[in-house]
Design a binder for this molecule. Structure first.
Ligand SMILES: NC(=O)c1ccc[n+]([C@@H]2O[C@H](COP(=O)([O-])OP(=O)(O)OC[C@H]3O[C@@H](n4cnc5c(N)ncnc54)[C@H](O)[C@@H]3O)[C@@H](O)[C@H]2O)c1
Length: 337
């Protein structure tokens, strides 16, 4: 059964949030987006039935006014900072925004008796895994402040469950990738650190040559292998998680990945196939803290939520990202800082 009450989506103007909002609103759900636009873009919310509120997740007064105005059944929480490198040099910025600010949101949820929480967690909570594929039983031992800021929120959610019955779906995303095929919404981070858009930007002239960080890893072509999960598949998992919780399901902690590993060189080949251009490359050294393989075992999400990734062709994923790069909106805020 699909929930008919309003859903609060924090960070809904960001990359994954906007694709999820589009899907949820398209299913006829009442969506309210709360985003401070520090990294998001208001015009990536394209469904006119969605209410957009400019503000932060740590603002108690604003949250109370929203919970009074709307009868929220659930919260989907995307809002966070997500630059791993920056989290190492500015840990307090990450603990403040990703761990401390959500406390206000949870406090107001408790006050208003709203007990369903879908959380953007991450494979970064596993750190350097001792097994591949990574299952939910793999030890969570993050190696940077970003991963720790997210893992702490997972723990906080579990404590809130014990204390006041909050139920949560901690969705541990692997590498979000791709965009809506119509090019109307897409990935627009500044700076952009994700591999696929970064490689495409080397072709549009928005960035210089692509540096490959390490070509001597113990992988078939020597470059790092990651699990690229299409953003529309991620969006679909949120709909499943919301329904699971709304129908009284237990809290879940699940990996969202494809289960298929793709190397850096395979991404570059896919880009060259889609664009017909040669990607300018610089072969660089390994980066500290980059494991050779990060690939999900996504079977628990299938078992508990009935969710599976459906977009497994990396060439098609790259094609969708390229459609966005060449789409009508891209140039408009590519320079926003
Ligand atoms: N992109 C990935 O590959 C990936 C992988 C694992 C987990 N995640 C997590 O998924 C979520 C979404 O990632 P994304 O790539 O869409 O990031 P994004 O930066 O595009 O979106 C985050 C949104 O949150 C907003 N925001 C940040 N702090 C806020 C605050 N205090 N109050 C209100 N709004 C705030 C930003 O303006 C932005 O619109 C993040 O929590 C991220 O940690 C992303």
């Amino acid at each position: 059964m699909t929930d008919t009450r309003a859903i609060l989506v924090t960070g809904g103007a960001g990359y994954i949030g906007s694709h999820t909002v589009r899907l949820l609103a398209g299913e006829g759900r009442k969506i309210v987006v709360l985003d401070n636009l520090v990294h998001g873009h208001e015009d990536s919310i394209i469904d006119t039935a969605v209410d957009f509120v400019l503000g932060g997740i740590g603002d108690h007064a604003l949250l109370r006014s929203l919970f009074q105005r709307y009868d929220f059944s659930s919260v989907v929480h995307f809002a966070a900072f997500a630059y791993v490198g920056e989290s190492v040099t500015k840990p307090l910025k990450y603990y403040r925004n990703n761990t401390a600010e959500p406390l206000a949101l949870l406090e107001v949820m408790e006050e208003f008796g709203c007990k369903n929480f879908v959380f953007s967690s991450t494979c970064a909570t596993y750190g350097i895994p001792d097994q591949i594929p990574i299952t939910e039983k793999t030890r969570q031992s993050p190696i940077n402040s970003y991963g720790r800021s997210k893992l702490m929120l997972e723990w906080i959610l579990a404590d809130c469950e014990t204390a006041w019955g909050l139920r949560s779906a901690c969705l541990r995303y692997f590498n979000a990738s791709g965009c809506a095929e119509d090019g109307l919404i897409g990935e627009d981070h500044n700076p952009e650190t994700h591999l696929i858009p970064r490689v495409l930007m080397a072709l549009t002239g928005e960035a210089g040559p692509v540096e490959i960080f390490g070509t001597d890893y113990p992988t078939p072509d020597g470059t790092c292998i990651r699990d690229y999960i299409h953003v529309k598949d991620l969006a679909a998992a949120h709909a499943k998680a919301l329904d699971h919780l709304a129908n009284g399901g237990n809290s879940v902690r699940v990996n969202l990945g494809t289960g298929v590993g793709i190397s850096v060189k395979e991404i570059i080949s896919a880009v060259e196939k889609v664009t017909g251009q040669t990607v300018p490359l610089v072969l660089g050294n390994r980066r500290a803290g980059d494991p050779a393989h990060l690939v999900a075992d996504p079977s628990l999400a299938a078992e508990l939520l009935g969710w599976r990734a459906t977009r497994l062709d990396i060439v098609e994923t790259v094609r969708s990202a390229w459609a966005w790069m060449n789409g009508p909106k891209r140039g408009r805020y590519a320079t926003k800082s």
